[in-house]
Ligand binder design. Structure first.
Ligand code: RNT
Ligand code: ZN
Length: 416
């Protein structure tokens, strides 16, 4: 079937496919740099394991080991993915000139200048994350540590990251979403639950006392339910993070990662719940399997439902980022298929007659609502997707994997 025929089919449902395609081209999605090197970064010993409750599994060949390799890999992904992108960096991806290494509390905008150049050349905005894990100063707590020296170090890191985020936003002329997540917590039943949380709150207060323009730098607070080795208690729990954001609405926004809830909870339903109160929220889109396993995002029911809520509530109110890391398959492919799947989810959502669905619900016509939603599942979505890829100048489904395999043979296999 051609695009024109598919367009007519959708028109019968009252959906304008051209409009959907144009809308999707404007929605920024943040591409996480950390899929390319298994979240290792460049500022610590790469042979040390990840800490903070997160883990990558697998040792597929081709992990990027240097900024140059990571940038080259990101370039491959950018070529294969349609849509408007931002780059999402972690502080641990600072790039140091010779003998210039700086610890995390001393990071400066200049350590991200090469990334700014990279983004400028490609017309990308940039988001940022302080890195409160995989570092000798995790005792293992960071912002909630009872040790004032440790806590001070990490507060200084957070403040440095606000300054870097301001720099990124100013240089690139787009807001920078700066996400605060720590893996702080305990393996076993604590003797004091409120102490760490009060210290965490205090620490975030101190970080956010660093001056910034809230229109340019958008600090986020990301919650979590548990991590590996942090099973019994997480300082930055859902209630903690949400309360912090709610009480500091003029300074930060809440961030939900859909791997960070109990397995039967769904973030799709939480999006409109939060947007009934917050002007803006942020998301980390991932795929949890039984726990926060950070599998590659699929074009599955929950991804579609998350995208439907983003579209229905207003795409300008949701800062979308990807957050997964699979080291067991080709990393370029992991990045690409996950990004493309999120784009598919958004396109699928934009191709729903959302106004009509809402009306049916309000008229209490659940019969028509069900039939319509079910029939739309088999509308000729693939044709619209192919046309979208064509207009964005990227390969269609079926065309890009051979390119990744070619790059694997030419570039990745030689990385030892
Ligand atoms: C970890 C959090 C966090 C990290 C990134 C690397 O569980 O989801 O967002 O994945 O900051
Ligand atoms: Zn996350």
């Amino acid at each position: 079937m051609s695009y024109q025929k598919a367009k007519v089919k959708y028109a019968a449902y009252g959906v304008d496919t051209d409009k959907a395609i144009e809308a999707l081209k404007t929605i920024p999605v943040s591409l996480h740099c950390w899929q390319g090197d298994d979240v290792r970064g460049f500022d610590t010993d790469p042979s040390k394991p990840l800490t903070g409750g997160i883990q990558t599994t697998g040792n597929y060949p081709g992990r990027a080991r240097t900024p140059e390799e990571l940038m080259a890999d990101i370039d491959q992904v950018l070529k294969l993915c349609p849509g408007r992108k931002k780059l999402n960096l972690h502080a641990s991806y600072a790039i140091f000139e010779e003998r210039e290494w700086a610890d995390r509390d001393k990071l400066e905008p200049k350590h991200f200048q090469k990334w700014v150049d990279f983004c400028k050349e490609r017309g990308l905005g940039c988001d940022f994350n302080p890195t409160f894990f995989s570092h000798p100063k995790c005792d293992p707590l960071t912002l909630s540590s009872p040790n004032e020296e440790t806590r001070g170090f990490w507060i200084d890191h957070g403040k440095a990251c606000i300054r870097i985020s301001s720099y990124l936003a100013q240089e690139l002329g787009q807001p920078c979403v700066m996400n605060i997540w720590t893996g702080d917590g305990f393996k076993d039943i604590p003797g004091d639950r409120i102490g760490p949380r009060e210290r965490y709150r205090q620490s975030i207060d101190e970080i956010l006392s660093e001056p910034y323009d809230f229109k340019l730098v958008k600090p986020c607070i990301e919650s979590k339910v548990f991590g590996i080795g942090v099973e019994a208690y997480t300082v930055g729990s859902a209630e903690f993070a949400l309360s912090y954001a709610a009480f500091n609405r003029d300074k930060c926004i809440p961030l939900m990662d859909n791997g960070h809830y109990h397995p039967t909870e769904v973030v799709s339903d939480k999006i409109p719940a939060l947007l009934a109160f917050f002007p803006e929220i942020a998301l980390h889109v991932t795929r949890p399997i039984r726990w926060d396993s950070d599998h590659v995002v699929l074009f599955d029911d929950e991804t579609k439902e998350i995208c439907r809520e983003i579209v229905r509530c207003g795409t300008e109110r949701v800062n979308i980022a990807l957050d997964y890391f699979d080291a067991s398959i080709n990393r370029i492919s992991a990045w690409t298929i996950g990004f493309r799947n999120l784009q598919k989810g958004l396109l699928f959502a934009l191709l729903q007659p959302n106004g009509e669905l809402k009306e049916l619900q309000n008229k209490d016509d659940w019969t028509t609502l069900m039939v319509l939603q079910e029939e739309l599942k088999t509308a000729p979505f693939g044709e619209i997707w192919t046309e979208y890829c064509r207009q964005c100048g990227v390969p269609a489904d079926g065309e890009w994997l051979p390119m990744v395999k070619d790059y694997e043979q030419k570039v990745l296999v030689s990385r030892k």
